[in-house]
Write a protein of this length. Sequence first.
Length: 617
Amino acid sequence: MFDIKENLKKLPDSPGVYIHKDKLGQVIYVGKAISLKNRVRQYFQSPKNMPAKVRAMVSHIEEFEYITTATEMEALILECTLIKRYMPKYNVLLRDDKTYPYIKLTMNEPYPRLVKTRRIEKDDGKYFGPYSDAGAVNQTIDLLNNIFALKRCATRKFPEIIKPCLNYHINQCRGICTGKVSRESYMQDVEQVIEFLNGKTKPLTDMLAEKMQEESELLHFEKAAELRDYIEAVKILSEKQRVVLLGIKDLDIALAISSSQKSYVVLFFVRNGKLTGRESFAMEGTQEKHELVSEFIKQHYSENPNIPYEILVEQPLEETELIEGFLGEMAGRQVRITVPKRGDKRDLLQLAQKDSIEMLKTIDERENNHRARREALSKEIGNLITEITGEPPSTESGDYRVEAYDISNTNGVDSVGAMVVFEGLKPNKKEYRRFKIRTIEGPNDYGSMQEVLYRRFKRALDGDPAFSTLPQILFIDGGKGQVTAVQQILDAMKLSIAVAGMAKDDKHRTRALVYKPYGSEEYAELLLKEHPLLFKYTGAVQEEVHRFAIDYHRGLRGKRIQGSALDEVDGVGPQRRNALLGYFGSLDKIKKATLEELCMVPGITEQVAKNIKEYFD
C-alpha cells in the first residue's frame, strides 16, 4: 500500500501541482504549490489548527501524486485544467484561465502595437501569457512602449496631412503617422520586444546598459538615470512566460522510464502551448527506450481517436516515417514525430523529463496500490455476482464489466435511457450508449427501463458488434421495483446476468445494493457503509449514469423548447427557424430583437419579422 510518510520524504522543493486521492483512487483535491515539499507536508501535520473542511479531506487521503512545473504560473494553469477535468469533491470552483490577461502583439497591423487582452482570437497576433497579475501586464506594456516608443493608437491608415498626437510631442511615440519611420527599423524593435516576452531578457538589458553608458559619457545624467530604472524594471518583470502561438497545434510528449519493477511510457498532454496533464502506461517486453516509445505510439493511438498534430520524443524512432504515415491515415491529416532541439518545444520536453524523473520515485508504489484496490474491488463484485447467480463469475482480465442504467424525463416528456460501462475501477466511455424511449408514454420508469434493456440485449442477440460484449452484472438506479422489472426482461430473453439496484437514502445518497439471492424469493440488501471500497465505487457509478442520462434529456428538451416556440410563428418553418437560431444564438435574443434586426437574417421577410414580433409581444 501507499506509504504516505515515506513518500513525503521524496517530495521535491520545486513548483508544481499535487493531487490527493481516496481509497478508490478518485481525485478528491487538486492544489498548486511554490514548493511541493513544504505545501503537501502541511496536510499531514497536527490537525489542531486546520479548518473542519481540510480535516475532513485529510481523513480521506489514501495517496497523493504530483506533477512538477517550471514556474508557479504554470502550476496555476495546470491546477485549473485538472480541477475542470476531475471536479474534485473538496475543491472550490476556480476562475477559468481564459479570463487571465495576455499581452498581445498585433502582428496583423503594418506597425504592431502591444495591448492587454483577455480573449485569444485567430487574427495572426502573438499572445504572451497568461499572467496571474494584471498589474504586471500593464507595467510590462508601459515599459516596452517607453523603451521602444511603439505605436499606441489603433489607426492603421493615416491621411497625408495629419497632426501627430500628444504621445509624439512628449517623445512616447516616434510618429508613425508622419510617415518618417521605416517599417524595417520598426520591425527590428518589434523583434526585440518578442525576444523579451519570450523570456530572453539579456539582449534588452545589454542594449539598455550600453545606452546608459553612452548617456553618462555625454553627461546626460537624467537620461542615464531613466535607462538605469528601465534596467531594474526589466529584471523585476523578467519571469519567463510561455508564448501562446495560435499556429502551434496540440501536441503530446511520450517518454520511456524504467523503475525497479517495470517499464512505463509517460504521456504528457500539451494544449495551446500549456501542459495540461499526464498519464503513465505500463509496458512489457523490453527496456530499450526508443522501442518502448515506438510500440506505445502504435498501440495507444490506434485505439485512441484523439491523435495530436505532433508527438515529441527524446530520441529518433527507427520507423518514424512509417509511424507518421500510419497515424496520419487514421487522423486524416499530417502527424509529426519530432525530437526538438531548441525553443519552446525543447523547454516543454525538458520539463516533462524532469517531472518523469520525480515520478520514478513513487510509480511502483502507486501501481501496486492501484492493483491492490482493483483486486479488492473485483473480489467484492465477484462475491456479489456469485450470491445472485449461484455461480462464480469468470473473466480473463480480472476486471468485471459492470453496466449501469438510469431513466430521465420531465413528467414523462422527452424520456430517455442511459447506459454506462465500468471495467475495473475506470469507466469505458467508448462503450456508453443512450436510448430515446419509443414505446412508453408518460412517467413510467419501470416500463422505460424494460424497453431500454430489451433493446440493448436484443441487439446483442442479433449480433450487433456495438452491443456484443455482455456484462457480468447490471447496476440499476433504484430499488426492488426496478430490479424486478429488469429481471422480467432478462428471464424472457433467457439471459443469466446478475442485477443489483442502487438504492438511496432520504438524503439522496447511495445507501445499499438491493438484489435477490440465488434460490431465494426474498430481496436482500448489501449495506454499503460496511463496505467502504464498494460504497465509493457504487457512488461513482451512480453519479456517472445519472449525469449521462440528465445530459441527454436536457439536450432533447432544449431542442424541443427552442424549436416549438418558433415553429408556431406563421411563416417560420424548419429552415427559417434554423437561420434565426444560427444568427441570434438563442431564443431570448430572438425575442428581444428589433424588426430591423430580424430582417437582417437571410430568408426573413418584413412580413415574417412582423409575425415574429407579434407572436412574442
